[in-house]
Design a protein around this ligand. Structure first.
Ligand code: 2AM
Ligand code: CA
Length: 266
């Protein structure tokens, strides 16, 4: 049975999604406008976040928020907070690509207690609570059980104009390409983590993220029996937005390959 806290988070995401889907369908018309869809998307992000925060505040008025569009709203001394990305995969959204999601995590006494990732267009909900397992809609989630990188599909982020370390990424690719069954790039860190939890990907790594991109995914992966750490293997590096995730064996194998490259450059 999902807890009251989880229900509040799911309801907030679903309420915001009604508007997101409407905005997503409007994008087609905006592509042809002179100004283009960029500003519209920014305001879609802000509007979505407001709906989510308003809903969460009704249920938990004394909690604080750590969220992409306004980094520390309601800043108080609360040890309880929601960590929110209203639209993770904004570039996909902007291009009419449905691969984006709402990500909401709840931290109680400074520890991750619950996480949800909801994709409004696919209508897929991934969620977890500490000690209660991870779920996809009503089904229990398990990470994939493959033990060899040679059988694995791994997903990552790719540097692009204005973001990321190209040289580091190319070194990583030289290591990883000859080892794996496939490499993917989806554009939403939250969905990448959810899909690793669901066994659709065997592993994921990416650097330079923010906590709101990954907080819900961290608890969902762990409750699905997976391992997620920073790229130096630590929890601190994970909370700095550098992520590697998979089942224990694949995580260990991938970490061995990526860690040294990462440490040379950081
Ligand atoms: P966003 O869509 O909410 O911006 C894509 O590789 C992932 O990186 C997405 O989850 C994306 O989140 C995130 N991302 C894009 N730009 C970022 C930035 N400047 N800092 C942190 N994360 C970013
Ligand atoms: Ca994001």
């Amino acid at each position: 049975m999902p807890s009251a806290l989880l229900n509040v988070m799911v309801n907030a995401a679903k309420k915001a999604s009604v508007k997101i889907r409407r905005d997503f369908n409007e994008l087609e018309n905006l592509q042809v406008s002179v100004k283009g869809p960029g500003d519209f998307v920014t305001s879609a992000d802000i509007r979505t976040q407001k709906i989510i925060i308003d809903e969460l505040t009704k249920a938990k008025p004394d909690w604080s928020f750590f969220a992409e569009e306004k980094q520390n709203s309601n800043a108080n001394n609360s040890k309880n907070r929601f960590i929110i990305d209203p639209i993770d995969g904004t570039t996909n959204f902007l291009h009419g690509n449905p691969n984006f999601a709402i990500s909401i995590a709840a931290e109680v006494e400074n520890r991750l207690e619950a996480g949800i990732i909801y994709s409004p267009v696919y209508d897929e909900l991934f969620f977890a609570e500490r000690g209660k397992g991870a779920f996809f809609n009503d089904r229990r989630l398990r990470v994939a059980q493959r033990k060899k990188l040679s059988e694995s599909i791994v997903v990552t982020g790719i540097p692009h104009l204005g973001r990321g370390n190209k040289d580091q990424f190319i070194k990583e690719m030289e290591e990883i390409i000859p080892e794996v069954s496939g490499i993917r790039r989806s554009g939403s860190a939250a969905l990448d983590l959810a899909w690793v939890a669901a066994g659709r990907y065997d592993a994921y790594w990416e650097t330079g993220l923010s906590l709101w991109d990954i907080a819900a995914g961290i608890i969902i992966i762990r409750e699905a029996g997976g391992v997620v750490t920073g790229i130096d293997g630590s929890e601190k590096d994970l909370y700095n937005g550098n992520v590697i995730a998979g089942n224990d064996k694949i995580h260990e194998n991938l970490l061995k390959k990526i860690k040294n490259i990462y440490l040379q450059d950081n």
